[in-house]
Design a protein around this ligand. Structure first.
Ligand code: ZN
Length: 458
């Protein structure tokens, strides 16, 4: 059947015939491959728990991919025939849709658009490459729980909204004002993300908006799928949900409560108030406040790094988890810096500062009363700074550990195992040290094996 169609396709003498023939052939190919590639769902040795659930999800998605492909092709055909179609347009359509099908079948995730003929939306081949790159970086057991990635018009959402996840479907909005800036400039050897040139154009960012957002939305799916890890993560950050009347129980005064509860038309207008080592604010995108009443959240002040790249993480525990997830996938070295190296260094600096202030205070006991009081005040301030730095270092390193071990299944033990394998292949001590230093920052198996694949005996 397919051979006959291929002959017909080769002989097609108008773009319309070519498109019509290819459409039938492509529908058949995708449905044949998705049924042929179904995996055996019988529980057996080595396939259980997360791997089995992922396998079942891949099988479910195969049916969805095939059905959706047929719907998409019908819409594309109708659009193409409506205004007349050239050979170049047919070729471009074929290239685009064949690339899409290849990625869908390889990763077991349906890729689609809002299928409305009136508002044509397509995935371009550049965007499909970005989706493919992201899929390649996501652990194999997390990915199939995302059944569908959709390019949507999203008219019902505020302008700034870049993506949402509903059920097992992730939508990325074509009209999103957000152009990507949380991790776009962060290059990563481990994730193999580097600034790119495209067709002689200026260098493109290392991480595109689609890559940032897609991994972020998949992070929301992962939070649901790794429930215990999500709980541990939010506990490490000190997240808790509060009703309006609980703000006062937490010691906030009337002015502070006024700032936290005031209406905000835009997310950027939500005010955060720091009190007693915690930050309080109105929660955005709450999945808890279904009755429409505002929900407030508190977290440890040092749980989230400073800086614009981390603003969105401060919106809610869900966004915090999804942001750490996308940073782990796209820029693990920077994540390690922000959650482990930097807070540890600041903690050590604060210890030194406190000790120096304390020494000075002891040494100053013989001085006049005024100077002693000033030195005591300085010591107290250094002590408070130390407590904050300690909290930040502990909270962030716990978050990092939980994401690495409980979500991605990466551990120091796994790194040791890989180092032993490299040693057996003849790598020298210096190279092994270099490997261990980099591997300590790897979050996923994909990142670790990419790193070890680059090491060869010198
Ligand atoms: Zn989100």
């Amino acid at each position: 059947m397919i051979q006959a169609l291929e002959a017909q396709l080769a002989a097609a003498d108008t773009p319309e015939t070519r498109l019509a023939t290819w459409r039938v052939m492509q529908g058949l190919k995708v449905s044949a491959r998705s049924s042929m590639e179904r995996e055996d769902e019988t529980p057996r040795r080595g396939i259980g728990g997360p791997a089995l659930r992922a396998l079942e999800a891949r099988n479910r998605n195969r049916t969805v991919i095939s059905d959706s492909t047929n719907d998409e092709l019908d819409v594309e055909m109708a659009r193409a025939f409506e205004g007349g179609v050239t050979t170049e347009e047919v070729d471009a359509l074929i290239l685009r849709k064949e690339m899409e099908s290849r990625i869908e079948l390889q990763y077991g995730v349906n890729i689609t658009t809002d299928l409305t003929e009136s508002a044509p939306t397509q995935w371009g081949t550049d965007e499909l490459s970005e989706i493919e790159g992201t899929f390649a970086r996501i652990p194999r057991n997390d990915l199939p729980h995302v059944g569908t990635v959709r390019k949507a018009t999203g008219d019902q959402y505020p302008d700034g909204t870049a993506g949402v996840h509903l059920g097992d479907s992730v939508s990325l909005f074509e009209k999103a004002k957000y152009k990507g800036n949380r991790i776009s400039s962060q290059e990563s050897d481990l994730a193999d993300n580097h600034a790119r040139s495209a067709g002689g154009r200026a260098r493109l960012p290392a991480v595109s908006r689609i890559e940032e957002d897609l991994a972020h939305e998949i992070g929301h799916e992962a939070a649901e799928h790794h429930g215990a890890a999500y709980r541990h993560f939010t506990e490490a950050a000190g997240w808790r949900q509060l009703h309006g009347d609980q703000l006062d129980d937490n010691g906030l005064d009337a002015a502070e409560i006024g700032r936290v509860t005031k209406d905000a038309a835009r997310p950027g207008e939500v005010e955060s108030v720091e009190h007693g080592g915690d930050v309080f604010r109105r929660q955005l995108n709450a999945r808890w406040n279904k009755d429409g009443s505002p929900v407030y959240v508190a977290r440890h002040a040092g749980a989230i790094p400073e800086g614009a790249g981390w603003d969105y993480a401060a919106a809610s525990p869900d966004e915090h988890f999804a942001e750490v997830y996308t940073k782990a996938i796209n820029a693990p070295e920077t994540l390690h810096h922000d959650l482990v190296e930097l807070p540890q260094r600041l903690y050590e600096d604060a210890q030194k500062e406190f000790l120096a202030a304390h020494q000075a205070m002891l040494g100053g006991l013989m001085l006049g009363e005024g100077e002693t009081t000033a030195l005591a005040a300085k010591t107290k301030a250094a002590g408070e700074k130390l407590a904050r730095a300690k909290q930040a270092a502990e909270s962030r390193s716990q978050q990092w550990q939980i994401m690495r071990q409980e979500v991605f299944g990466m551990s120091d033990k796994r790194v040791d195992q890989e180092a032993k394998r490299l040693a057996a292949r003849g790598l020298g001590e210096d190279q092994l040290d270099e490997f261990r230093t980099q591997a300590a920052k790897a979050m996923t198996e994909d990142q670790l094996t990419r790193l070890s694949g680059r090491m060869s005996p010198q």
